[in-house]
Ligand binder design. Sequence first.
Ligand code: ATP
Ligand code: MG
Ligand code: MG
Ligand code: MG
Length: 572
Amino acid sequence: MRLSQFHLRTVKETPADAEIVSHQLMLKAGMLRKLAAGLYTWSPLGLRVLRKVEAVVREEMDRAGAIELLMPTIQPQELWEETGRWQKFGGQLLKIRDRKEAGYCYGPTAEEVITDFARHELASYKQLPVNFYNIQSKFRDEIRPRFGVMRAREFLMKDAYSFHLDEASLAAEYRNMYATYGRIFTRLGLKFRAVAADTGAIGGSASHEFHVLADSGEDAIAYAVDAQGADASDYAANVELAEALAPGARPGATEAMRKVATPVQKTCEDVAALLGIALARTVKSVALMGDADTGFVLALVRGDHMVNEIKLAKLPGLGEYRLATEAEILEHLGSEPGFLGPLAPRRPITVIADRSVAALADFVVGANEPGFHLAGVNWGRDLPEPALVADIRNVVEGDPSPDGKGRLALARGIEVGHVFALGDKYSRAMDCTVLDADGRAVHPLMGCYGIGVSRIVAAAIEQNHDAAGILWPAAMAPWQVAVCVINPKADAAVAAAAEALYRELQAAGIDTVLDDRGLRPGAMFADIELIGIPHRVVVSARGLDAGTFEYRARGAGDAENLDRAGLLARLS
Ligand code: ATP
Ligand code: MG
Ligand code: MG
Ligand code: MG
């Protein structure tokens, strides 16, 4: 690529509305342009990086035996009615109507679509196990889109769905995907941790999140370390789960819930106390609130940001209760439209309920219907027992690790992947069956496996940047090498030498960009550093006279003068 024929548009000023460094650098480097809240155009430069990530994900999924297909972004309401998620998914589901008034949503995920595909395409156990994936845009109407593509509304996800005859096969594919995710994030050059996530009814190790470690992460993770701070065991969990597993967890939330759910003013601390929750250090306050879509929700708030919601209401019963309108919630919580914060710990909040305490008795604390988070858990499965919220207690750095092998250390993480054993939840709801070896129709067991392809781009920058800009891991860099030409318009020999080197590197399979824009050296180098190209080669008249090129690795100290052979050896 010749930069003179590309669209590169960098800016010097740090954009005022970008809070975290990845968002700032993506805007400064001209990778993104905001269209509306949570909606971004990827510029040609941004797209190059996104495609690199996509390619690694695709290669490793293919290598793992998964099969790519492509599902539409628009999904019909009827499918979502079959699983009950049309009502239950909540405010993140963007519902739309066509000219015939038929209902659709913009897919936030694709369990329904893939299960519909499977019930038509899979007939026999001989076709199992199978794992289908696609890399496709998703839309979630996030309460508070922020941090650019880190938490966008439209974003690119790789989502895979596997189908199995029995538990052993599902478990094997789960391990396969777990290992594949490790390979993907390693190849992408990211420092990451796989952590146990809340598994709901499935139990054991059937849900893991993959977190890129970064201080700007919205999640808190806990892991076991020894006295020297080295890993003491494999134990690593998201903090909510660590809290639930920690010794001394408090029972009795259901009882407490009944007391809370009366129409009285409480402070966040009161609500927390009644629920038996000592607030984790990472969670500064809680609020109980009503929401027209979801009924009652316990919101965990960090700073001014709602980090998680815990569903409190058992959904099938919800019709009997009056739900708060958004206007009421805003009036009580005094917040911007679409976001139910900020909330200070001592700020009075109103528990919105107009029914008797008795009527609330069948609310299930921690109900995890598909479509809702339970303490960091993804949609997609159930939690039958009502105790989990009660079991949350305060995890503090230095607490004994639940496996007894060390002390807990805490870190911030960005969730970039999530693997999940779903069981027969969707195949049963949508009556997807295959014939087993005895000719009986059975509901296949399913797993689902997501990766936030676009989020990874931002997460990588959080981990890899300096004062001058981005330091891409090799696998994600828009180009590996920038050949910078000093004064190409005035010096034909320099321009020709640079062109020859550029062609030679391209021919050697090294993804190279030729900076032939004719900028002054300072401005040119600043751009190349900002956009994070790992290797820079300068072609100048002085170098040409000496028979050398000036080489510098991004992030390394000094430049070196290398002859052609030395340079090629360095770059290949
Ligand atoms: P989060 O906890 O950050 O809201 P999630 O648990 O809701 O994510 P999943 O349903 O597990 O997300 O989706 C799979 C992956 O999609 C996530 O691990 C994450 O990397 C990515 N993802 C989810 N929501 C967004 C978003 N709003 N913007 C960008 N990527 C996202
Ligand atoms: Mg999550
Ligand atoms: Mg998740
Ligand atoms: Mg989410």
